[in-house]
Design a protein around this ligand. Sequence first.
Ligand code: ZN
Length: 432
Amino acid sequence: MKKSIKYFPTILWLLSFSFSIHLIADEQSSTPADYHYQGELKVDPISGFIKASWQIDVLNLKISTVRFFLRNTLGHIEVSGSSILNKSISQFKGMENFWAIDITLEKNVGAQHISISYDGILIPEPMDNKINSIKADSIELNVDSLWYPIDATFSKTLTVDLDIEIGKDWVGVSSGEFSKIDKGLNLTNHHAALNIPFALSNSFMITKKYGFTVYDLRNTSKGLDELIATASFCKKYLDDLYGTKQKLPSARLLLTTRQSSGYARNNYIVFTDVSNTKPIPQTKFVCHEMAHFWSSAGKFDTVDNWLNEAFAEYVGIMAVRKRYGESDYNKLISGYRKQIKGKELSAIWIAGETERKSYLVQYRKGPVALFWLETTLGRELFGKFIKHYMVNSIATTPELISALEEIAGSSVTERFVSILGEYSSNGDKPRE
Ligand SMILES: [Zn+2]
């Protein structure tokens, strides 16, 4: 991973774990997917050996050339399809950890099908982040391990129907639906999503409470009740504020044994070991992840991803204020200011910019800008603005700016736009 990071910062964002990729919008929408993946996956949990075969239907007829990435620990790659004009499997500089499977398709022949099969030990050495793993009693996979061929733009959507051969005792959790089949499990997701994340285990401790289902991989139930209480708090807090059109679906919570790297995909939320998690960070994390149910329309690989993250993060902080009071809220805000203080950070957004911004810009500078806006507008008016953003799935910064102008007038809007455009942070001093 390290090597490729240097050359491909975009990949770093997409594959980075603590800063999870949030794909809720795509999973909520009924827009047709670019691909449908029909597959069979055989996993040997003991050795880590996997064998997979896919039929990938190219539903987006504009796609005539495609590059898929696949982890280079996999081999025996076979690619076929009646409308394939050219295909090649290669590695290139900076991306030695991945195969690039390049395919050129015939044009104007209607639906296209690509068959790809491969096998191998997917993760011979533990990956840095420990998210992706195949163990005797549990398996967790997401896009970071490139266990299936994924469109190298990382922006195409897919639906999936996957049979997993793994044995009878295993249970699965994902944003899609699992069902038992003779040889193991079937995973189906009809909603267009950006990837195929899931976890399997033959020893989950499963708890159902208040509409949540918790899949616990730990040997303890420490922190479980607190987590469910937090999830209930966040669901009510968010539904009350933003649930006018759509309320949160019941969530599936996966509890892992690792100490860092949680993420969420739609209603599938993955946690680190919560045994000793403090209530304030937990409230912020859970409410942030759940806020993505609404805050996710910005295109995730562009500058507008700051909307998704900064708003979700600020909603998480407001939830802390609601649950624990002003002083903890203020501590969080001043912590954020400190984190960005004196750092040379790019602007949050400048007209014409397209590139996705850094973690600190999206998750820290963005919320600090929203803090300024709330302080300036007052809570009531800001509440109206943020509700407008959340409920109407605002997807671009220009849309956000015109919404703000309508709600708050042009003078505040101009100042806000200039704050978005500031290059280095003003985290050290509160703005007037
Ligand atoms: Zn997020």
